[in-house]
Design a protein around this ligand. Structure first.
Ligand code: DMJ
Length: 632
């Protein structure tokens, strides 16, 4: 009965719904709408939906630089476990709120974010940025590549002025020879080991090694800029295609933070700055994100190893220390990751490292090689400008140069450290050879590693900005150290230098045991020749460089590629069966530059990271390409 009466009181709607049903439906609908909007706010930053719906509302002038790169913690969000010392921008560096930062926004960093896919595409075209390919992840931040390029003082590959004057010159032929060596190294790698990290030229296969956490193709990434520089176009294209199609970041091993940074991140950043190809920028940023968990320590000093699977690497339990050269050689690349992503987190990580290093007590002003990332204290008092310490010093002077000479903190730290090195480590042998010894709690080891031979180039590079009364001295010191390193080559049977050489008991600049007599295609000596050549144009550096080319051809070239040798004092040395990726990234590049004009990758525009990957000087405050060329 009741059932029959209801229709009489509640007329049905045109959809056939009665009032209570309508009410329930409306209630359900409004609940659904609330849920949808709520969900939008809870979605991760990277969500496309969120960007589509909320982009225009969240965009605020000046704040748009905070990255939306997938997986990033925005700068203001703490990461577990928290670093006790919040990052403070170094004087002269970019603080988002500082004058420098405001100036920079006018520079080649156009920090604008398109509001939707169509605008994104238009903006990308306008900036000379290639659109990501289908399936390639994009990083929603636009970098004004054309503006950046217009501000370089010199064409990237130079003007080739001398080449057109003297097409048949000796130096051109020498350069061509080095280019042929690069082509041969690349083709051997490509033929026997494509996609693997490095080539084994004797067994004609590839190997992955244990440093890269499952990442592949170290030789490819390390070679990109050298191939580009030498105009090996087909080979460059091949390398680029591999990066586009086969360079996968979804790996889960344990990697060396330092090695991945200097080779992969450095190589990708350079390839981007040289070509403007988006794929390099995106892969660099994505890989950079995978390195961030290494910084999750109580001090923010990163662990040397990052576990790509679990992120952090058990900092509290793994009691090992972090190495100065490793955590001290991130600054250049990480600042560029911020430049190209808009994500401040990269810059904050390295500024925090600086902050810790600036505050900590230094014995006699020296920086020991090991630091606890847990306590922030030095672990041993071993100081070296060679292995374990080397590129920390290099990155201080290069940070100063890369900042267009605004990063005063880096400058001061560099010259103070150099003064301490001069006072406590610098020596002259009875035979008149200048060398930088190693220091163990006050006792000196009178030896230099091959790695320490980069210091001639570094001191030369920094001589110009030293106190006036020290400039000539540093230039001479650089020349003397480089001469010593040349002696370590000249005193061997192969004319290649050993891994370490001593100044003891009347024997100078030679290795004293077989275990230190090997040469693994390292670049540091020719690196110094290149810098000294650029600073002085003394023909001796090209002569010495050519001796190395000849020795490499004679002792290291094998049918299947270039190989290191086990004993530089043997005229018939055994090969070590490794073509190191740094041979293509560094040794051949520095040799090529040594026989090129100074405006090819001009030092006014570029600094080389410690794997010889060129990164641009920040000319963003300049007047552009029509502005003054010499600003010092
Ligand atoms: C390279 O990977 C880099 O130059 C690094 O700084 C030191 N070792 C090798 C080359 O010897």
């Amino acid at each position: 009965m009741l059932m029959r009466k209801v229709p009489a009181f509640v007329p049905a709607s045109s959809w056939g719904l009665r009032l209570p049903q309508k009410f329930l439906f409306l209630l359900f609908l409004s609940g659904l709408i609330t849920l949808c909007f709520g969900a939008l706010f809870l979605l991760p930053h990277s969500s496309r939906l969120k960007r589509l719906f909320l982009a225009s509302r969240t965009q605020q002038p000046g704040l748009e630089v905070v990255a939306e790169v997938a997986g990033h913690h925005p700068a203001h969000e703490p990461e577990p476990p928290p670093n006790p010392a919040p990052a403070v921008p170094a004087p002269g560096e970019d603080d988002p709120g500082s004058r420098g930062s405001a100036r920079r926004r006018k520079g080649w960093l156009r920090r604008t974010r398109p509001t939707g896919p169509r605008e994104e595409a238009t903006a990308a075209r306008g900036n000379g940025i290639a659109n990501p390919r289908p399936g390639e992840e994009s990083v929603p931040f636009s970098f004004d590549f054309n503006l950046f390029r217009s501000r370089l003082r010199h064409p990237v590959l130079g003007t080739g002025a001398d080449e057109s004057k003297e097409p048949q010159s000796r130096v051109r032929a020498q350069r061509e020879k080095i280019k042929e060596m690069m082509r041969f190294s690349w083709q051997s790698y490509r033929r026997y080991a494509m996609g693997k990290n490095e080539l084994r030229p004797l067994t004609k296969d590839g190997y992955e090694g244990s440093m890269f956490g499952g990442l592949s193709g170290a030789t490819i990434i390390d070679s990109l800029d050298t191939l580009y520089l030498m105009e090996l176009k087909e080979e460059f294209q091949e390398a680029k295609t591999w990066v586009e199609e086969s360079f996968h970041l979804n790996v889960s091993g344990e990697a060396s933070l330092f090695e991945v940074n200097i080779r992969y991140i450095g190589g990708l950043l350079s390839a981007y700055y040289l070509t403007g190809e988006e794929v390099f920028r995106i892969k660099a940023i994505k890989l950079g994100e995978k390195l961030l968990p290494a910084f999750n320590t109580p001090t923010g000093i990163p662990k040397g190893i990052v576990n790509f699977k679990s992120g952090s690497w058990g900092w509290a339990t793994a009691g090992s220390s972090s190495i100065l050269a490793e955590f001290g050689s991130l600054h250049l690349e990480f600042l560029h990751l911020t430049e190209l992503s808009g994500n401040q987190v990269f810059a904050e990580k390295v500024r925090n490292i600086r902050k810790v290093l600036r505050k900590i007590d230094k014995p006699f002003g020296l920086y020991p090689n090991f630091l606890s990332p847990v306590s922030g204290n030095w672990v041993q008092h071993h100081v070296s400008v060679g292995g374990l310490g080397d590129s920390f010093y290099e990155y201080l002077i290069k940070s100063w140069l890369m900042s267009a000479k605004t990063d005063m903190e880096a400058k001061n730290m560099y010259y103070e450290a150099l003064e301490a090195i001069e006072t406590y480590l610098l020596n002259v042998s009875p035979g008149g050879l200048t060398y930088i010894a190693e220091w163990r709690g006050g006792i000196l080891d009178h030896k230099m590693g091959h790695l320490a031979c980069f210091s001639g180039g570094m001191i030369s590079l920094g001589a110009e900005d030293a106190k006036e009364e020290k400039r000539a001295y540093y230039q001479e010191l650089a020349a003397q150290i480089t001469r010593t390193c040349h002696e370590s080559y000249a005193r061997s049977d192969t004319k290649l230098g050993p891994e370490a050489f001593w100044f003891n008991s009347g024997r100078e600049a030679v290795a004293t045991q077989l275990s230190e007599s090997y040469y693994i295609l390292r670049p540091e000596v020719v690196e110094s020749y290149m810098y000294l050549w650029r600073q002085t144009h003394d023909p001796i550096y090209r002569e010495w460089g050519w001796e190395v080319v000849m020795a490499l051809e004679k002792y290291c070239r094998t049918e299947g590629g270039f190989s290191g040798i086990q004993d530089v004092y043997s005229s018939n040395p055994n090969h070590d069966n490794k073509q190191q990726s740094f041979f293509l990234a560094e040794t051949l590049k520095y040799l090529y530059l040594l026989f090129s004009e100074d405006d090819m990758l001009s030092l006014e525009d570029w600094v080389f990271n410690t794997e010889a990957h060129p990164l641009p000087v920040n000319h963003s405050d300049s007047l552009g390409s029509s502005g003054p060329v010499h600003r010092h």
